[in-house]
Design a protein around this ligand. Structure first.
Ligand SMILES: Cc1cc2nc3c(=O)[nH]c(=O)nc-3n(C[C@H](O)[C@H](O)[C@H](O)COP(=O)(O)OP(=O)(O)OC[C@H]3O[C@@H](n4cnc5c(N)ncnc54)[C@H](O)[C@@H]3O)c2cc1C
Length: 432
């Protein structure tokens, strides 16, 4: 465990203890019932990554109270970078007062190259295609959001919701570890494999669409001396890449491989790493070196590249946000921007409706649905593009990228991504 991780765990545990103490002194009734004259709501948010803390920020700005429960024992580091592009993403960050902090932490990674087995660049991809206007490590973004919200948000780390029982006045919630509690509303911001979604809407298979690719990411040494850039090596059905991170002080190793749905326990890191070794051992370029580094990596993220498609994002007093509701796939480059916009709209509509969730949840969906579906379209075709099924297709793609800078439509993909990310008119929601 790195020092940063140790400190994070210590701090988040301290915070959890402090908050738990504070809350055992609290009434277990939802706020709206405790003080009917006060227009406030108590909202339980499941998930402390991007969507959850962003929602807590806006709920606080509108005079509502948020509690966040996160399954991990401390704030989760890890992952590679997430992108923000276009006016809507930047406007929400600006309105949150976080745009400067995000810009200060930007990766500054420029163009990236596809390399051959000897590591020689064979094609270059321009930065704006995959980095947007601001690119930031996902862990840094989660940290910025946590630091901003923790002074006024109750964080419960190392716990998970186990049941939700709704009545006319609120939701009774039971937890794996903590005592049962009551809240006015519950929001699932617990990602692709959302527990909230399973409890309130049904099994994951009904909503999650696997796009045929798996992805693994971990932090490693920048032993190639990459200077604000990335190198990727693509063969049939596989891609392995290394990107410099933290201004070249370290690097992120990224593996993609094509596969139908695999029966791998999401929490079984040993099994996931063994699987990656089976797929990539002897795979050329830096594969073996990175597989070896993986065993000592301070973080490890492994998941399918999937989308979430739902007919409705709320049921009674429970709503879903971010990847839990409309994951566009980690290859779309849209997940975090979409989650931030969704948090802004959801909290804003709750405020605009005076806390009436029946009105607010319907409006949240009306404002967001077309936008979210547009972002999902961006994720649709990318999987086959990233990990082509044959050696022939991989070589053809490398040739295409080699020619791209000279083709008339060279900026088209970046333009489409920007247009998609901007395809929403943000309402103004006056803060409380
Ligand atoms: C560790 C990690 C690394 C990632 N790396 C990348 C990346 O490199 N590139 C990229 O584009 N996207 C990455 N993502 C996904 C990206 O963060 C999301 O697509 C996007 O930011 C939307 O975020 P979200 O908050 O909706 O969901 P997520 O970021 O998936 O967050 C969900 C949160 O809910 C928590 N959670 C899950 N189940 C429960 C439960 N039962 N109870 C309480 N909490 C629960 C998870 O631990 C997590 O903190 C990563 C996500 C994670 C968690």
């Amino acid at each position: 465990m790195t020092n940063t991780q140790k400190n994070t765990q210590k701090n988040t545990q301290k915070n959890t203890q402090k908050n738990t103490q504070k809350n055992t002194q609290k009434n277990t009734q939802p706020d709206a019932q405790r003080d009917p004259g006060r227009k406030t709501l108590s909202v339980l948010i499941s998930g402390a990554s991007v969507a959850g803390p962003a929602l807590a920020h806006w709920l606080h700005r509108h005079g509502f109270e948020a509690t966040i429960v996160e399954r991990a024992p401390a704030l989760r580091d890890g992952g590679y970078a997430v992108d923000f592009r276009g006016d809507a993403h930047l406007a929400v960050l600006r309105r949150m007062g976080l745009l400067d902090a995000v810009r200060r932490a930007r990766t500054g990674v420029g163009s990236m190259s596809y390399v051959n087995a000897a590591g020689k660049p064979v094609a270059k991809l321009p930065a704006d295609l995959f980095a947007g206007d601001v690119e930031i490590l996902r862990g840094d973004l989660a940290r910025i959001l946590y630091d901003e919200t923790s002074p006024y948000t109750e964080y419960l780390f190392g716990d998970s919701v186990t049941s939700l029982t709704e009545d006319a006045h609120g939701v009774s919630v039971t937890f794996e570890r903590g005592a049962p509690r009551r809240f006015d509303l519950v929001v699932g911001a617990d990602g692709l494999h959302s527990t909230t979604r399973r409890l309130a809407f049904g099994p994951e298979e009904d909503f999650v669409r696997h796009l045929g690719v798996y992805c693994a990411i971990f932090t490693t040494a920048n032993h190639l001396g990459l200077d604000h850039t990335g190198h990727a090596y693509r063969t049939a059905n596989r891609m392995v890449a290394m990107y410099s991170a933290r201004h070249n002080a370290e690097a992120k190793a990224v593996f993609y491989f094509g596969s139908q749905d695999l029966d791998v326990d999401r929490r079984d890191v040993a099994r996931q790493q063994a699987l990656l070794s089976e797929k990539f051992a002897g795979g050329g370029w830096q594969s073996d070196r990175l597989l070896n580094d993986m065993r000592h990596a301070p973080d490890f993220y492994f998941d399918s590249v999937s989308q979430v498609r739902m007919d409705s994002w709320s049921r009674g007093r429970v709503a879903l946000l971010g990847d839990a509701a409309y994951c566009p796939s980690s290859l779309s480059g849209m997940g975090s921007g979409l989650a931030l916009v969704g948090a802004y709209v959801l909290a804003g509509e709750l405020a605009a409706a005076g806390g009436d969730h029946t009105v607010a949840f319907a409006r949240y969906e009306r404002e967001m649905r077309a936008y979210a579906e547009g972002c999902q379209k961006m994720g649709d075709g990318v999987a086959g593009f990233m990990v082509p099924g044959s050696r022939f297709a991989a070589a053809a793609l490398n040739r295409y990228f080699k020619l791209l800078p000279y083709l008339p439509g060279k900026n088209m993909a970046a333009r489409i991504a920007r247009r998609t990310a901007e395809n929403i008119t943000l309402r103004e929601y006056p803060a409380a």
